[in-house]
Design a protein around this ligand. Structure first.
Ligand SMILES: *Cc1c(COP(=O)(O)O)cnc(C)c1O
Length: 417
């Protein structure tokens, strides 16, 4: 459930009409509904209320400070994958004890910064990383709490670019090697194995892969305990999908929680979850203006002022995003069209071969479900300033990140002399 809907044929975010925001901030802009963010977080958290748990929102889905701040105030912890993300969660006042650090390529500087902030644990993805963390913690006179990220080799049946739990993926430690690496970790002086982690992919629309992965890591956890390696934290990653259109019906967080809780009953662990998309995906939209409508030989092109630099998902994953007119009219014909951006790439589209109401130049359109992996993946390709970001709460809106200026794009560049 989200708070984007038509009132008097004008698309609103909560109680604010989007055309009004466009008038103030220009286009394109991202718009986030705070009520939706809070609701999605609460529903997810409440689903796990029967056991001790920590919800570590995955910062990479949307790392805008206003989003992080909203979630931190709700009691969220954070899953980070870089030193930059660590700085962001520190900025919103999140204590280290609510932060887990994931990622295959943690640098020395990033590990040091995370040790200084006393993160809850490092999700370690390889033996060399384990040894590096041990060495750095030793230099700092600390003992680093760690989990190993296990690659359970289950097929999440999602887009290949967002599946991470298969043998062929770069992520995690093959589950057959995990026990040996835990035994090594237990002998190291400056790491303390306290957790077990896995994350199998993103935009999963069925529960079976989650349950299959959990069965594998649970068996491992029990074997480790038999060997005296006391695993207290079980981190099951993120990955729960969202409906990008009305035909998709991914499991509700309550069903997801039921399935996981059934499997870990009696296990005596603190459960960590790292949801990203399911919290923020449908809490944000991208609003763009139609610049031109062009009739090709075979189809129509709706050319907008937002492109793949603003929203990369269609180009990168062939992702589907629902497109809506900001002003609804019932006298429009539906026509087959591509919605494209101004970027010089054929992959620059927001929708392809879509039946859409006839749009006219100058009109506003909204790209739904753009809150996750939208702004956070945006770039300056074609020297385009990144879009403005706006947050709405009830009948108020505020710019939470101003549109970049062209001056800012060149600010630090100098000719070679
Ligand atoms: C990307 C990622 C997540 C979040 O995935 P969603 O599909 O957005 O829920 C969680 N954990 C890790 C380690 C990730 O890389």
């Amino acid at each position: 459930m989200d708070h984007f809907r038509y009132l008097d044929h004008r698309l609103h975010c909560e109680q604010v009409p989007l055309d009004q925001i466009a008038e103030h901030v220009g286009t394109p802009f991202y718009c986030y509904s705070r009520a939706t963010l809070e609701r999605h977080f609460d529903v997810f958290r409440d689903a796990f209320s029967s056991i001790e748990h920590l919800i570590c929102y995955s910062v990479k889905a949307n790392s805008t400070l206003a989003v992080l701040d909203t979630l931190a105030k709700r009691g969220a912890g954070f899953d980070i994958v870089s030193g930059g993300e660590l700085a962001r969660v520190k900025r919103v006042g999140c204590p280290g004890q609510r932060v887990v650090f994931s990622g295959v390529g943690k640098t020395e500087a990033e590990i040091r910064a995370a040790l200084e902030h006393r993160v809850l644990m490092f999700n370690v993805e390889s033996q060399p990383e384990l040894l590096r963390i041990n060495a750095l913690a030793g230099q700092m006179g600390l003992r680093a709490p760690i989990a190993l990220r296990i690659n359970p080799d289950v097929d999440p049946a999602t887009h290949p670019y967002i599946s991470t739990g298969l043998k062929r993926n770069k992520f995690g430690i093959p589950h057959q090697q995990a026990e040996e690496l835990y035994r090594l970790a237990a002998t190291l002086e400056h790491v303390q194995p306290i957790g077990l982690d896995c994350h199998i992919g993103s935009q999963l629309t069925t529960l079976e892969p989650f349950v299959d992965a959990l069965k594998r890591v649970k068996a491992l956890l029990l074997r480790l305990r038999q060997q005296g390696i006391a695993i207290r934290y079980l981190d099951l990653g993120g990955g729960l999908g969202i409906p990008y259109d009305t035909q998709q019906t991914p499991p509700h967080p309550e069903r997801y929680a039921e399935a996981l809780l059934r499997e870990i009953a009696g296990l005596d662990v603190v459960l960590i979850l790292e949801p990203g998309r399911v919290i923020v995906g449908n809490a944000g939209i991208l609003v763009a203006r139609v610049e031109y409508v062009k009739s090709g030989e075979e189809k129509r092109f709706i050319i907008t002022d937002a492109g793949m630099n603003d929203l990369l998902r269609p180009a990168l994953y062939d992702a589907h995003h629902t497109i809506l007119p900001v002003t609804r009219r019932f006298d429009r014909e539906e026509i087959m069209a591509d919605v494209v951006g101004p970027i010089c790439e054929s992959g620059d589209f927001l929708a392809r071969d879509r039946m859409l109401p006839e749009f006219h130049a100058g009109e506003l359109l909204a790209v739904r479900s753009a809150g996750a992996y939208g702004f956070s993946m945006s770039s300056n390709y074609n020297s385009r300033p990144r879009a403005a970001e706006v947050m709405v709460h009830q009948d108020r809106f505020a710019v939470v990140r101003p549109r970049e200026t062209i001056e800012q794009l060149m600010e630090h560049e100098v000719p070679f002399v």
